[in-house]
Ligand binder design. Structure first.
Ligand code: G6P
Length: 485
């Protein structure tokens, strides 16, 4: 089917840096969002609206890609709509409201969240800017009354934008659906209402036709918020919300990974570890939601409790730098490095380093090798919307299968039942889960991994995209047939 499509997200599908001559060049980004959406933008010759970054200025043009392996290689500069804002706005909007207020609150960590009206105002003005540019881009669509016109907005940076855009489109009599996907959790209503602008955010989201979440729990939390905070009419079974003359279809559409791509990379990735110990592996953006400190403490407990395992395992943690201007992230880095140093110092011998730690980006191909050769993946977020690492690890287990240990407080943990589930807040539980994984015999590992692989191979990224497009195509029918009026 032919579609006119605009993807809107805080980040563009690549980073733009200036080279030594001051000219803009594209740097590949390999995040989940880009991997998921770039192929659709290529397929429908759509547009991508996103923040230009801190280096590109308005007088420069977007460069072509010179890297054929880049995920967004085939997206032309004419398909990119860059949004510019000042360094000060970036601080208030991105470091402030997005990552100092929304991020912790949406992850049910209200004590870390802080709220400042100056930051909120900046968030709204950035959302207005995104809405205006998207509106101008919609006007480039071939047919402004086609019911297949679609704007698909992503993530918590842009939650008030849908209603602003909806009003602009309605005033101009333009037909265009607006969909939203939230890549992080949606908390329960008694947490969400701590946000001083909870009403405004919910009203912003009501500008959509369809809103989708990773899990049913998040979807129901959102419906409950609309009911309790706005007093909207809701149907929890049919997942429909009505408020004034607006109606909104809600869906749980858990994202998948490009399974075969990881499997293929696992076949060609170089051998990463040249030591004989079994590897307990973790890879995360350096974020307090990921439970990395808890993981180190759980590992320490494991070495304490099971001394016979010392010198037989290595805990290998990759922490990818993230949001380095935000205070809580800086503090986390210091604390993590202190803890890793302390635990290493306690147990290391002349021949053995109990923890190996990388603070850097790593290539996707190297990553596939780490996954493949790690005997245990230790994934312990205190909260995580989905967690693609768990799925990627599973896809890369192409030989002697390893064991996945995962926190139930992740979207992935809700379905990956054959993994070992562990509450990351209790160190003994982590220690015991590592021991169980360490002792697990081949046959059990194989049984569990086969089941995990079958599910992830089936519910992969393509399935997610298909289910999204199916849901958006059915939106009008659902609204008509299931209206609560
Ligand atoms: C999470 C969010 C994404 C975000 C990514 C990286 O996965 O859901 O929207 O892009 O983290 O964070 P950053 O702040 O670097 O964009």
């Amino acid at each position: 089917m032919k579609r006119s499509l605009i993807i809107v997200s805080n980040r563009l599908p690549f980073v733009i840096n200036l080279n030594e001559n001051g000219e803009p060049v594209r740097k590949n980004s390999a995040g989940g969002l880009v991997t998921a959406l770039a192929p659709s933008v290529v397929k429908f010759y759509g547009f991508w609206v996103g923040w230009a970054g801190n280096e590109l200025t308005e007088d420069m043009t977007i460069p072509e890609s010179d890297d054929p392996t880049a995920i967004a290689h085939k997206i032309k500069p004419s398909q990119i709509v860059p949004i510019f804002f000042s360094k000060e706005t970036y601080n208030l909007y991105y470091n402030g409201f997005c990552n100092g207020s929304l991020w912790p609150l949406m992850h049910s960590l209200p004590t870390i969240a802080s709220f400042k009206s100056e930051q909120w105002n900046s968030y709204v003005s950035v959302n207005e800017k995104f809405a205006n540019s998207t509106y101008e881009t919609v006007k480039k669509f071939e047919n402004l009354t086609d019911k297949n016109n679609l704007v698909w907005i992503h993530d918590y940076h842009l939650m008030v934008m849908p209603m602003i855009l909806r009003n602009l489109l309605d005033d101009a009599n333009i037909t265009c659906k607006i969909a939203f996907f939230l890549h992080i959790p949606f908390p329960s209503w008694d947490i969400f209402r701590l946000n001083p602008w909870a009403n405004e955010i919910l009203l912003g989201l009501l500008g959509c036709d369809l809103i989708a979440f990773h899990t049913n729990t998040y979807a129901v939390n959102f419906i409950d918020c609309c009911y309790h905070i706005l007093g909207a009419r809701v149907d929890r079974r049919e997942m429909l919300i009505e408020y004034g003359n607006k109606s909104l279809v809600v869906r749980a559409l858990p994202i998948g990974i490009p399974y075969e791509w990881f499997e293929k990379n696992a076949r060609i990735a170089p051998k990463p570890f040249n030591f004989r110990e079994q590897v307990i592996f973790g890879v995360d953006r350096l974020d307090y939601t990921k439970g990395i400190i808890q993981r180190v403490l759980g590992y320490e407990r494991f070495l304490d409790k099971y001394p016979e395992c010392r010198e037989k395992v290595v805990f290998f943690q990759v922490a990818v730098p993230s949001r380095t201007d935000v205070e809580d992230y800086k503090n986390l880095k210091d604390e993590l490095e202190r803890e890793i140093g302390r635990v290493s110092g306690r147990f290391a011998t002349a021949e053995w380093t109990p923890i190996k730690y990388i603070y850097n980006n790593i290539s996707q191909c190297d990553l596939a090798g780490y996954y493949r050769d790690a005997r245990i993946a230790l994934i312990t977020p205190v909260r995580d919307g989905m967690n693609l690492v768990a799925k990627e690890y599973v896809a890369c287990q192409i030989a002697d299968p390893g064991v996945l240990i995962i926190s139930p407080f992740t979207g992935a943990g809700e379905t990956m039942n054959e993994a070992l589930l562990v509450n990351p807040l209790e160190h003994d539980m982590i220690a015991d889960a590592i021991k169980t994984a360490y002792d697990m015999k081949y046959y059990e590992r194989k049984l569990r991994m086969n089941a995990l692989q079958t599910r992830e191979r089936l519910f992969n990224l393509d399935t997610w995209l298909e289910s999204f497009f199916e849901a958006i195509d059915l939106v009008d029918t659902v609204k008509k047939m299931q209206s609560l009026n």
